[in-house]
Design a binder for this molecule. Structure first.
Ligand SMILES: [Zn+2]
Length: 404
């Protein structure tokens, strides 16, 4: 089952009954966390068993389903906490600061036509939340293949989880192979009778990372006397950086998906698992791998949602191998890959050709064949470039409904 969280803003301020509910809910979650830590349990069911009766007394008027869902939220906070401890990270005792509540799908009603949510607060008391519905939101509300999942209520917006069974990926008629680099995706597209090189550029992601890194360093120096403040400011910086980079990555992924969908392409990516940065420390940070991993995650997730097949292949030696004669060059080279056999090609495109060959040798791209030589004189197709970012995003943000 695939889940996508869609944020909706509210037509007016949250009714005061609902505000009180958020506060009660947060209290219940934090109490449940404490109870879970004491009883050393993390699963929702175990929490319900240990603490439900006391809770019913402490929150006599809260709608029972909300109480159960507070246990669920507490359970996931406890699981995170336990994971941190296992990893050796000294996590603080989990505590929910953010005002929020989560309602399971049986615990609220959404009229998909009018965009009005009916949220029970306690016996005999319901509130109505009117959602601001844009065209982007309509797409989700009107698509009856999507069922409703949980609802997360925040002080200024709600997040509705839409669910669907993963569609069966289509049988590919072409293959889009992409080599993932710090500033771009570079690759090739092959169909039955054509082949071309493609590129999606995102040079600004590295720039954003660099700029935020410098700002963080400055902050740390300036606030050296106050570690608490320094840590807080750095965390804020980090969140902002992630938001900006994520936003850009989503746009890049969307353009890749659109391109692949229109041409019924299987997408070939390198498997970045286990890939470790190599070079010096200073460079390592700049070339931090997380935006690339994140980009793959987003592409794979969106591909699953739309039924576009994705193939991951082992990238070993893909940037050093000659696709014509198979020689492996031992040193890193400049922007161009050159081989003794006479083959030369942009280094990144060369890597994507090798990825494609691996995928084809595994039989994952149907019966497609290609001749690497065909890429040497072709025009390049631009899938994405920074100028495209100027276009405004749809009215609403998507992300996985979650918390902490
Ligand atoms: Zn060669």
């Amino acid at each position: 089952m695939l889940v996508r969280g869609i944020a909706f803003y509210l037509d007016s301020d949250l009714p005061s009954d609902a505000k009180l509910l958020l506060e009660d809910f947060r209290l219940a979650v934090n109490n449940a966390i404490r109870a879970g830590l004491q009883a050393r349990v993390t699963s929702r069911n175990a929490l319900v068993k240990t603490a439900y009766r006391d809770f019913r007394k402490q929150h006599p008027r809260m709608y029972a389903q909300h109480l159960v869902s507070a246990f669920e939220v507490a359970g996931s906070a406890l699981k995170n906490h336990r994971r941190c401890i296992r990893k050796g990270v000294t996590g603080r005792i989990p505590y929910v600061k953010r005002l929020m509540m989560k309602a399971e799908n049986q615990a609220y009603k959404l009229d998909r036509k009018s965009g009005v949510i009916d949220l029970p607060i306690r016996a005999g008391c319901h509130v109505e939340l009117r959602l601001v519905v844009s065209q982007y939101h309509r797409k989700y509300l009107n698509d009856m293949a999507l069922s409703l999942g949980s609802l997360t209520v925040l002080p200024d917006r709600v997040i509705v989880a839409f669910r669907k069974d993963a569609p069966k990926p289509f049988a590919p008629e072409s293959a889009l192979s992409l080599d993932t680099n710090e500033r771009s995706l570079d690759g090739v597209l092959i169909t039955d009778d054509t082949s071309m090189t493609v590129k999606a550029e995102f040079p600004d992601i590295a720039v954003i990372q660099q700029r935020h890194h410098e700002r963080r360093k400055r902050l740390q120096k300036k606030k050296a006397h106050d570690r608490r403040k320094s840590r807080e400011l750095c965390r804020k910086e980090g969140t902002r950086e992630h938001h900006r980079i994520n936003n850009r990555l989503h746009q890049v992924a969307n353009s890749v998906l659109k391109f692949a969908e229109e041409r019924k392409s299987a997408i070939v990516l390198e498997d970045l698992k286990g890939m470790r940065p190599e070079r010096s420390k200073e460079l390592n940070r700049r070339l931090s791998i997380w935006p690339r991993r994140k980009l793959h995650q987003i592409i794979e997730y969106k591909a699953q949602w739309r039924g576009v097949p994705v193939v991951k292949v082992d990238p070993r030696n893909s940037s050093r191998t000659c696709p014509i004669c198979g020689r492996i060059q031992d040193s890193r080279m400049g922007a161009e890959f050159k081989c003794e056999c006479g083959w030369h090609m942009d280094r990144h495109i060369n890597a994507s050709i090798n990825l494609l060959q691996t995928a084809i040798s595994k039989g994952v791209a149907g019966g497609l064949r290609f001749n690497p030589g065909a890429f040497q004189h072709d025009v390049m197709m631009i899938l994405y470039e920074p100028a495209m970012a100027a276009r405004s995003e749809p009215n609403g943000t998507s992300g996985i409904a979650g918390m902490t």
